[in-house]
Design a protein around this ligand. Structure first.
Ligand SMILES: [Ca+2]
Ligand SMILES: [Ca+2]
Ligand SMILES: [Ca+2]
Length: 291
């Protein structure tokens, strides 16, 4: 009998029509949650966000503005072109949250396609960022230890607060900061700049401006990680209801063997890194109980 009731509920839920929301819009808080989840602490998240802000203005469909002019194409039009399978003809310019350019622009497009993402999906881009971080050798800052860094070392540095603090303390481009937490943010921002982002100019003014923005993000968002992405809100309409249950059930029926970052942050109700019928049950219970 219990089985029959369960099957009846599944059929009922699957019969509900649903509409997907726009996945390409990401709030500062949401990005903060994603980065803290990916890199393990708020200093790294702030350091990365300060850099990304300068690169793209946190717009995940942003094609470098000089390419918009050169090719006479808007960010939305170029994104649609890529999503329709077109060649990344503007690849010598930056695209996306980190303004990936040249072969990294092409690698991003290939990664997003291979993993079923809209190329401008901020979750997919943050997943690519982590992938690139861990799999690509980095560092050309030949006068220092940055020249020897690779992706895994970068991950370890971000996870090591004492290293971030010592880099922040040694940073002469930013003066007057004594708070240890802010010094760690400065350290994360600088490691990101020299070890990963590597823009053409990495001098004091670049270091200082990016660290300043990173500290602003830290001061605004510290202590709020995990509060911005609504667990169980699969269609991102800021509500949890039966439509989300349906989407999760469909996902579980289709099978999720290796959950993506987006799937983990929105679907893994019991945070056991697996997405299965237990998560559907937990979400259904929340919807039924009304909270
Ligand atoms: Ca643009
Ligand atoms: Ca929802
Ligand atoms: Ca789970």
């Amino acid at each position: 009998m219990k089985k029959i009731v369960s099957i009846f509920i599944i059929c009922l839920v699957l019969a509900i029509p649903c509409v997907y929301a726009d996945y390409t819009v990401v709030s500062n808080g949401e990005l903060w949650d994603i980065l803290v989840d990916s890199f393990g602490n708020e200093y790294a998240a702030a350091g990365i966000m300060g850099n990304i802000m300068v690169e793209s203005g946190l717009a995940s469909n942003n094609l470098e503005n000089s390419a918009n002019t050169q090719y006479g194409v808007t960010d939305a039009e170029y994104t649609a072109h890529l999503n329709n399978g077109g060649e990344p003809y503007a690849s010598s310019y930056g695209y996306g949250l980190c303004q990936w350019s040249a072969e990294r622009h092409i690698n991003l497009v290939n990664y997003m396609r291979a993993n079923g993402y809209d190329v401008s999906d901020p979750y997919g881009q943050m997943e690519f960022l982590k992938y690139e971080f861990e799999n690509t050798a980095n560092g050309y800052y030949s006068s220092s230890w940055y020249s020897n860094l690779n992706g895994n070392m970068m991950v370890n540095i971000f996870a090591n607060e004492s290293t971030l603090l010592s880099v922040g303390r040694a940073c002469t481009a930013v003066s007057g900061v004594t708070d240890e937490k802010l010094l760690k943010v400065i350290g994360a921002s600088e490691v990101w700049l020299h070890g990963y982002e590597k823009p053409n100019y990495q001098g004091d003014s670049t270091i200082a401006s990016r660290a300043s923005i990173a500290m602003d993000f830290y001061n605004t968002l510290k202590g709020t990680s995990g509060q911005h992405v609504i667990l169980g809100d699969l269609n991102k309409d800021d509500n949890i209801n039966i439509i989300d249950v349906k989407l999760l059930l469909q996902k579980v029926i289709a099978g999720v063997s290796n959950p993506s970052l987006k799937e983990r942050t929105s679907c893994d109700m019991n945070k056991d890194k697996e997405i299965n019928i237990i998560d559907v049950k937990l979400l259904l219970q929340i919807v039924i109980s009304g909270n």
